[in-house]
Design a protein around this ligand. Structure first.
Ligand code: TYD
Length: 390
């Protein structure tokens, strides 16, 4: 683990702490039953804001080898995310990829977005450090390099496959410490008239929506439009398209190309004091709710064990006495336990078999999809609620 002392976007040194969740376990390090009594790795989660450009980033950088080599999140676990990424690909391919073109996806996960490309003339390549996901991608016919994307990987891809017409990086920039090297790689790999589509959660939505559970060690950077555009401009890229989307609690999509149009926009000012107050309120309301349910003899489980469940349960200190189990459809998570608070992760079938009274949807960004899918739980008298409203 190291401390980052300069801004990833503008390289300025004027960083000030704006928020802290204290020491937290790694959100995706689901614990095997035999390891429940072993100490778990923890590291601070402190947000620093750059006074010069408004970029927000974690102070402590955990080595990516500890976080990404065996990654449990699979795009294909959500049909809504699958169709979101298929739409992104279809639109970008339509706009930017000529006949026989090349599409590269950085952080290609299980390959489902690249697999959705319908045109057989297009050469596809995924790059993702998670060996387990790269293997899954290959089984569905998506060639995948299991490595971190760096300028040297970009050089070898450009040499062996050719330069890309389209590069896609969805929900991946926030994970990368050395963004200068990433953009150097893009410079090498992107054709002169090519385009790169970047999608990241938007910081303003995190702050305004009190989405503190999206702060975890994998998420090193929290972008608004200005710092991200400045970062791209520093490397000779200009923003040619911008749109907002509802995924991951509110995301923004920027398309960049080679060029020198400089961004001119004001930094967003965030109300960090209000954010801190709302986080504490959210914590006390969740604890009140769970305590009351227990006193009333009601059983409460969680639904969805994403990284954000780990953060919320640990920040709110929800033990297994208040919430003994969570169900999640990801096979790699089932049979394991939530880092820190140790809820057992079960299959969704257990929800119907054991019928707890309430299921708190910790994967709140998938609330509608989950409630529709689990209609039988509701029909049998079960109740769903969100972790921030009951
Ligand atoms: P997500 O919130 O997308 O990721 P992150 O880890 O970045 O916060 O993760 C969604 C989790 O919810 C994932 O573990 C799969 C689970 N899930 C279900 O169990 N059932 C479902 O119907 C859906 C949509 C998701």
């Amino acid at each position: 683990m190291r401390v980052r002392t300069d801004c990833r976007a503008c390289r300025g040194k004027n960083l000030a702490e704006v928020f802290s969740l204290g020491e937290q376990p790694y959100a995706n390090a689901y614990v095997r039953p035999e390891d429940l009594h072993q100490p778990e790795p923890v590291a601070p989660l402190e947000l620093m804001q750059c006074d010069d450009c408004g970029m927000v980033q974690l102070k402590h950088v955990v080595s990516p080898d500890n976080l990404f080599r065996d990654y449990c999140f699979q795009t294909s676990s959500s049909s809504r995310m699958m169709s979101h990424f298929a739409d992104l690909m279809a639109e970008a391919v339509d706009k930017y990829v000529p006949f026989d073109g090349i599409v590269v996806e950085i952080g290609s996960n299980d390959g489902s977005a690249l697999a959705s490309i319908q045109r057989p003339d297009i050469v596809r390549l995924g790059i993702d450090p998670a060996e387990n996901l790269a293997a899954t991608a290959r089984t569905i016919g998506v060639p995948t390099i299991s490595d971190f994307f760096t300028s040297s990987v970009a050089s070898s891809v450009a040499r062996e496959l050719g330069k890309a017409d389209l590069i896609v990086a969805a929900n991946v920039l926030g994970h990368i410490d050395d963004l200068d090297d990433l953009f150097m790689g893009i410079k090498i790999l992107l054709k002169p008239r090519g385009a790169m589509v970047i999608e990241v959660p938007e910081l303003s939505r995190l702050v305004n929506g009190t989405e503190f559970d999206t702060i975890y060690h994998e998420h090193l950077s929290y972008f608004d439009q200005k710092p991200l555009s400045l970062l791209a401009a520093r490397h000779g890229f200009q923003v040619v398209d911008f749109s907002r989307h509802e995924t991951h609690g509110g995301s923004m999509r920027l398309t960049i190309s080679h060029g020198n149009v400089k961004p001119c926009m004001a930094s967003k000012l965030h109300d960090w004091h209000g954010f801190r107050q709302r986080c504490n309120l959210s914590r006390s309301r969740l604890m009140d709710f769970l305590t009351k349910q227990r006193l009333a003899g009601q059983t409460v489980w969680g639904y969805g064990a994403p990284a954000k469940a780990t953060v919320r349960l640990n920040f709110c200190n929800v033990g297994t006495d208040l919430m003994p189990a969570i169900v999640d459809c990801t096979p790699q998570k089932q049979g394991r336990h939530v880092p820190g608070t140790h809820q057992a992760i079960l299959t969704p079938a257990e929800l119907l078999a054991q019928q707890p009274d309430v299921a708190v949807v910790l994967a709140w960004n998938h609330y509608t999809e989950i409630v529709v899918k689990e209609w039988e739980f509701v029909a049998s008298g079960g109740r769903f609620c969100l972790p921030m409203t009951y």
